[in-house]
Design a protein around this ligand. Structure first.
Ligand code: PLP
Length: 390
């Protein structure tokens, strides 16, 4: 008899980036001059502090031991300093912070900590796929909330049907947003926190793009909102701000009971991030605002170049105020998966089709500003030819 696979595995939608690496290898092997604007993984190196810090940490035998969920107290303390500097919010390093093996696992595991069968988890679509994954694996029912221009790509919890609201235990929010690049006004965050408090809903505020903002715009942290501490965890990451995606280092911070619950869940799944990475991240977190500056300047120049080139190529590309993404509408009736397939196979440009993030994101595609200005210009010109032929 064959082993049985858990039905929840079957309920997981296909992971949007899963098939790309194989196809990319095939195209590269065939000699295609490929421009990959798919994954949000920029071509910048990590800060020298991180690399030198890691080299030094590797020389210390203590750094090679199990970190457990406690991890390195110095990492927790650096997080507390950052949260104080950046958001004027005070946290206890030992009780309110949890090191993560990248924020993705923390976000997905968080659903297990607060939801289960019979419960509802509100999942924005399009959105980062680990939200729906976490919800489904927990046994809860994901309630898909489509992010569209109607609500400025904001999740309006007041619109939840009564029966859904009664069962809602968790909502995932992410502003500045991947993939739409939408940002959340403070007033929105205030009424959303108030709503979550009123209805006892845990709020996972996924904030990996908080430092990647343009034109003087400053993104909020959820703990700048009064009362957020009663319901929220905020998830941060070194991945995007410091071009350290492969390191797998981030943190959750916030409500103590929620941190406790997430810690307990994770202690059965993993043994925390490599201690050497935690130590190397300390000087990076301590200089976060300064280290991110050149990166943000480059992303802003890339944004400007890409938007101008896409417009010239016939796309109606908006100018985002944050993130490393452009969320570009396609002409009425054009199927995003087909557009992305032709872009990859015939034009050698990898973009993410809207429907890679769920069916309600049809009509858009996402570009990540992960390559040079010159390559972005080239990519836009090639995409323009795909558009003209369609
Ligand atoms: C919205 C969002 N949240 C979280 C993450 C995860 O980042 P990491 O696990 O690398 O910290 C990503 C990565 O693409 C993201 O786009």
């Amino acid at each position: 008899m064959k082993p049985r696979i858990n039905a929840r595995v079957g309920s997981l939608p296909g992971y949007p980036l899963a098939h790309i690496p194989r196809r990319k290898r095939e195209l590269l092997a065939a000699g295609v001059d490929l421009i990959d604007l798919g994954a949000g993984d920029a071509d910048f190196p990590p800060p020298a502090e991180a690399i030198e810090g890691l080299k030094a940490a590797l020389g210390d035998p203590a750094m090679h031991k199990y970190g457990f969920q406690l991890g390195l107290p110095a990492f927790r303390e650096a997080v507390v300093r950052y949260m104080r500097r950046r958001f004027d919010a005070e946290f206890d390093a030992m009780q309110d912070v949890l090191p993560l093996i990248g924020s993705k696992e923390g976000l997905a595991h968080f659903a297990l900590a607060v939801a289960g069968p019979g419960d509802v988890v509100v999942v924005p679509e399009p959105g980062y796929q680990c939200y729906i994954g976490g919800a489904i694996v927990s046994g809860a029912e994901p309630y898909i909330y489509p992010l569209t221009p109607r609500t400025n790509f904001l999740v309006e919890l007041g619109e939840l049907p009564k029966d859904v609201l009664r069962r809602t235990r968790l909502v995932y929010l992410n502003y500045p947003n991947n993939p739409t690049a939408a940002v959340a006004p403070r007033e929105y965050l205030e009424r959303t926190v108030a709503f979550c408090r009123e209805h006892g809903i845990a709020l996972a505020y996924d904030n990996p793009y908080v430092e990647i903002t343009f034109d003087g715009y400053r993104a909020s942290g959820i703990f700048e909102v009064d009362g957020a501490r009663e319901v929220a965890l905020e998830f941060h990451s070194c991945s995007k701000s410091f071009s350290m995606t492969g390191w797998r280092i981030g943190w959750a911070v916030g409500n103590r009971a929620l941190i406790d619950a997430l810690t307990k869940i994770k202690s059965y799944h993993d043994t925390g991030p490599f201690l050497a990475l935690q130590r190397a991240a300390v000087p990076v977190i301590d200089r976060a605002e300064e280290l991110v500056k050149p990166l943000v300047a480059s992303f802003q120049r890339r944004r400007d170049v890409a938007v101008a080139a896409l417009r010239e190529a016939g796309f109606d590309a908006p100018v985002p105020r944050a993130t490393l993404y452009l969320w570009v509408p396609l002409p009425e009736g054009m199927v995003s998966a087909e557009f992305a397939r032709i872009a990859m196979d015939d034009a050698g440009v990898i973009v993410m089709p809207g429907t890679g993030f769920g069916p309600s994101a049809e009509g858009y595609f996402r570009i990540a500003l992960t390559v040079s200005e010159q390559r972005l210009r080239e990519a836009a010109a090639r995409l323009g030819k795909v558009l003209a032929r369609a």
